[in-house]
Design a protein around this ligand. Structure first.
Ligand code: ING
Length: 305
C-alpha cells in the first residue's frame, strides 16, 4: 500500500534582533495551525528559527552571544510550540542554536531536531558544513560568522524512522554538498528536511548573487533526483536587519521536480502529498545503489584535498 505523508514547509519572514522568542513562537504556532488546516502531518521550520540570524553580527561578549542560544529543548519559550504541535498531532523539524555542556566542555552548535506528533524529540543533527568566515570584517555591511560562533557538528548525518518514513536532516550550507544527501541515502533516508538562512547578496563574494535563487533550487533538485529522495528546504526569508534573505522554500520530489513552493518572502505555509514509495521505485531502477555504484572507484571522495 502506498505510503503518503502530507509535508508542509513553514517559511518565516525576517526576525528582528530584539524580537522575543515568545513572539516568534506565536508566529510559528499560527503557521502550525494553518498547516494543520491543510492536512499537514509534518511541518518543517527554518534554520535558527527562534531568533534573528545573529552570525551576521560580530560579537565578542560571550553573554551577548549565548543569549541567542538555547540551553535546553524544549524550554519555557518553546514549550508552547511543542504543546501546539502535540495538540494538532503534527511532527516538526526545528532549527535553533544549541548551547551544550559536554564532556569536552561548553559547545555551541547550529542544531536541528525532529519532534514527533507526541512531542518527543526523536532525532538531533548538528550542522557539519559551516560557511562564511571566522575573522571580523567590519568594513562589510554584514558578515557571516558561523565559523566564529559554532562548533562543527559532532553527530554526522543520520536517518530516523519518523512519521511513517525514513527522515534525514541537514542545515542550510549542507544542502550545497552532495556528500550530505548520499550519506543519508545510504542509511535509507527517503525525505531530507532542512532549513536555511541565505543572504541574496554576499558582500565579499558577489559574483553569484544573481544566481542565488537558481543555485538554491539546483542543489536540492539535483540531490533529490540523484538520491531518490524528497528534499524539503525552508527559508527564513525576506528583509532582516539590513540583509535580504532568499525565499524560494520548496518541496522537491525524487524526480527532481519542485512539487510545492512558497510564493512570498514572509511567513507562509505550503504543502505537498508525498508518496514515499516513489523513492523505493527509483532505488530499484536508475539509482539501484547496490547494483550500479562502483564504490572501489570512489575511495578518494573522503580524502582531504
Ligand atoms: N547560509 C548560506 C548558504 O549556504 C552562505 C551560507 C554564506 C552562502 C555566505 C553564501 C555565502 O545558503 C547558511 N546559513 O549556511
Amino acid at each position: 500500500m502506498a505510503r503518503f505523508i502530507n509535508i508542509a514547509g513553514a517559511q518565516l519572514g525576517g526576525i528582528a534582533r530584539d524580537e522575543s522568542r515568545r513572539h516568534v513562537v506565536e508566529r510559528m504556532i499560527a503557521l502550525l495551525n494553518d498547516a494543520h488546516k491543510r492536512g499537514a502531518e509534518v511541518v518543517v521550520f527554518p534554520e535558527l528559527a527562534l531568533t534573528s540570524f545573529f552570525p551576521r553580527w560580530w560579537m565578542t561578549d560571550q553573554a551577548e552571544i549565548d543569549a541567542f542560544f538555547e540551553t535546553e529543548m524544549p524550554n519555557p519559550a518553546t514549550q508552547p510550540l511543542f504543546d501546539a504541535a502535540k495538540r494538532l498531532g503534527i511532527g516538526f523539524y526545528l532549527g535553533y542554536a544549541e548551547l551544550a555542556q559536554e564532556a569536552g566542555g561548553t559547545k555551541h552548535y547550529n542544531t536541528a531536531i525532529l519532534v514527533d506528533k507526541t512531542g518527543a524529540i526523536v532525532g538531533k543533527y548538528r550542522k557539519v558544513h559551516l560557511p562564511g568566515h571566522a575573522d571580523h570584517r567590519p568594513h562589510m555591511p554584514y558578515q557571516h560568522l558561523e565559523k566564529h560562533y559554532f562548533d562543527v557538528g559532532d553527530i554526522g548525518f543520520g536517518s530516523w524512522d519518523f512519521a511513517g518514513g525514513k527522515f534525514g536532516m541537514a542545515i542550510c550550507n549542507d544542502r550545497r554538498w552532495p556528500e550530505t544527501y548520499r550519506v543519508m541515502a545510504l542509511q535509507g533516508a527517503e525525505v531530507v528536511v532542512l532549513g536555511y538562512n541565505t543572504p541574496t547578496h554576499i558582500p565579499w563574494e558577489p559574483v553569484y548573487d544573481h544566481l542565488s535563487a537558481f543555485h538554491n533550487h539546483l542543489v536540492m533538485q539535483a540531490s533529490a533526483y540523484q538520491n531518490s529522495m524528497y528534499v524539503v528546504g525552508v527559508a527564513k526569508a525576506g528583509k532582516e536587519e539590513g540583509s535580504n534573505l532568499l525565499a524560494g522554500s520548496c518541496i522537491v520530489a525524487p524526480s527532481g521536480e519542485i512539487i510545492a513552493m512558497a510564493s512570498t518572502a514572509g511567513d507562509e505555509v505550503f504543502v505537498a502529498k508525498c508518496d514515499l514509495d516513489i523513492c523505493l521505485y527509483n532505488r530499484k531502477a536508475m539509482f539501484n545503489f547496490a547494483e550500479h555504484r562502483q564504490v572501489h572507484h570512489y575511495k578518494k571522495i573522503t580524502d582531504r584535498m
